[in-house]
Design a protein around this ligand. Sequence first.
Ligand code: PLP
Length: 379
Amino acid sequence: MRNKKIFLSLPQQSGFEEKYIQKALKDSWITSGGPNVNEFENKLEDYFDNKVSIAALNSGTAAIHLALILLGVKSGDEVICQSMTFSASANPIMYQGGTPIFVDSELDTWNICPRFLEVAIKDRIAKGKKPKAIITVHLYGMPYKIDEIHAIANRYEIPVIEDSAEALGSSYKGKKCGTFGDFGVLSFNGNKIITTSSGGGLITKFDKLKEKAIFYATQSRDSAPHYEHSEVGYNYRMSNICAGIGCGQMEVLNKNIILRRGMHDFYKKAFEGIDEVTVFEEPRDDYFSNYWLSTVLIETNSDKKIDRESLRLAFEHENIESRPLWKPMHLQPLFFGYPYYGEKIAESLFEKGLCLPSGSNLTIRDMNRIEKVIKTFFN
Ligand SMILES: *Cc1c(COP(=O)(O)O)cnc(C)c1O
């Protein structure tokens, strides 16, 4: 019999979800919006020390789309986006008919490179178009170079959409990720650090913008007894049932962060003394990662038949899921031909990098199985 499959990142129930869902069912409040939605937003805002306003939406992708709309991004506008990311960071630029401009990563955090960000901005301005926004990402929970990136964005007065979908619970110099940009984005998709089954959040610094986001997310209804519309609307609001799951999940967020960080420590030990492997980690004390996923870089060693793909296959053989890092957007068929600024750092990370099982529900037995593959493969 085959061992049970170990996944990269599975949702884990806290046990607290049911009471909120039961309440929603009992109150017959099973549509979008509702008391759980308000409570979930309150819990999230509390988590961010009530320094921001958060609109609960039905996905992180919707949050990025609304951020672009609120920033006035229209057809033909250019938007800079970190190339190495999940496609959901860049797709909303296309929804708006905008042009994505991709920028390479740097090696310390794997996120948007300050040097090439500035090269890109200068070149776009020289070509006659100033970018309307910059989409930055905290990949795998690792904060990007906040000080450098925001200094550049401020200098050129370009707003930042901070895609914090993977980084709920991460922080930089003690300040939580999601609060650095003009807008922050959260995701509660099934594989994220907490889940609402499907959902997202838009973080803003102003109640007015939260209200406007909710207005767009609920079909842009003007105030009137009948349905009156003067702007394009979207069906992006979170449902009361999903928010109930979110309320329950908030009770285990801190625990999940500790467990995910524990997985990172496990991999540090497991790969100790293996020259070909570098476990991705915080470059300095300023950085605090939730380690949503633990990741490694593997240098090819042809003599020993070691490379990223053969390690991935060794895991697969034991029914353990691992996955190459995000394939950079400028290498995706969808985005061929759009401008790209960089020097192939993201490419080389993609070639060498692997994401490893990192869920908060992995057992000691799972870890033993993972460790055994590593020991066997590198001996
Ligand atoms: C998950 C994710 C998103 C999108 O979130 P959804 O809730 O799945 O729409 C956006 N950006 C990044 C980097 C993500 O990992």
